[in-house]
Design a binder for this molecule. Structure first.
Ligand code: AP5
Ligand code: MG
Length: 193
């Protein structure tokens, strides 16, 4: 299986669709947000550093994030392909990922961009706040996360375009979880054909 980079704003469904892809294709899944929340829960040094950034809706510094990502990737079983969920989020992270994979004889595979309007995203995240109580799911922090996404992460879509990897799937056009999933599976199956 080719690697997959699932890309999109907070609440766009990166985690939700990753779970479905894992169930269908049996790939590995690295969510950098989940990795960091695990570190916070375990009270590690890294968790203490990460907490300040996450609670404020800001990105963890690139050098730290790139180091964590490489360690997490190397702990995955080889050969099954991995979904990168929430990484890369900056051009520096994207360049580092490309280099890290090339050093291991692997490639980035396919990028899937989930395009969802902010009103829908806000409603989903406020709903998740009630269900799961994630520390960064409050209106003020969600707005900061949107701003960080718009200014630091969204421009990266162009970088993927130049790499010939960009596949955008639009919520407005599909408008149901099943239709989104069909479109996602089609991209994955085409890439692996
Ligand atoms: P991270 O955990 O990655 O959060 P995020 O990008 O803000 O995205 P979310 O996890 O909130 O949303 P999602 O796209 O996974 O959507 P979900 O499937 O849950 O990162 C958190 C923080 O960690 C960052 O702010 C940063 O501080 C730090 N960080 C992480 N990675 C980093 C990196 N690479 N560099 C630097 N810092 C980093 O869906 C949302 C909700 O919608 C769910 O409840 C779902 O059930 C619901 N939902 C309703 N309808 C639908 C539908 N039709 N499709 C999908 N989901 C739906
Ligand atoms: Mg997520």
């Amino acid at each position: 299986m080719k690697n997959i980079i699932i890309f999109g704003a907070p609440g766009s469904g990166k985690g939700t669709y990753s779970d479905k892809i894992v169930a269908k294709y049996g790939m590995g899944h690295i969510s950098t947000g989940d990795v960091l929340r695990g570190e916070i829960k375990n009270g590690t040094e890294l968790g203490k550093i990460a907490k300040g950034y996450i609670d404020n809706g800001q990105l963890i510094p690139d050098e730290l994030m790139i180091d964590i990502l490489a360690k997490t990737y190397d702990a995955e079983p080889a050969g099954k392909g991995v979904i990168f969920d929430g990484f890369p989020r900056t051009i520096a992270q994207a360049e580092a990922l490309k280099k890290m994979l090339a050093e291991r004889g692997h490639d980035m595979g396919v990028m899937i961009e989930l395009n969802v309007d902010e009103e829908t995203l806000m409603a989903r995240l406020l709903n998740r706040a009630i269900e799961q109580g994630r520390a960064d799911d409050n209106e003020e922090t969600i707005k900061k996360r949107f701003e960080v996404y718009r200014t630091q992460t969204a421009p990266l879509a162009e970088w993927f375009e130049k790499e010939g990897m960009r596949n955008t799937i639009d919520w407005q056009k599909n408008n149901s979880m099943d239709a989104m999933l069909s479109a996602i599976y089609k991209v994955i199956d085409t890439a692996n054909a």
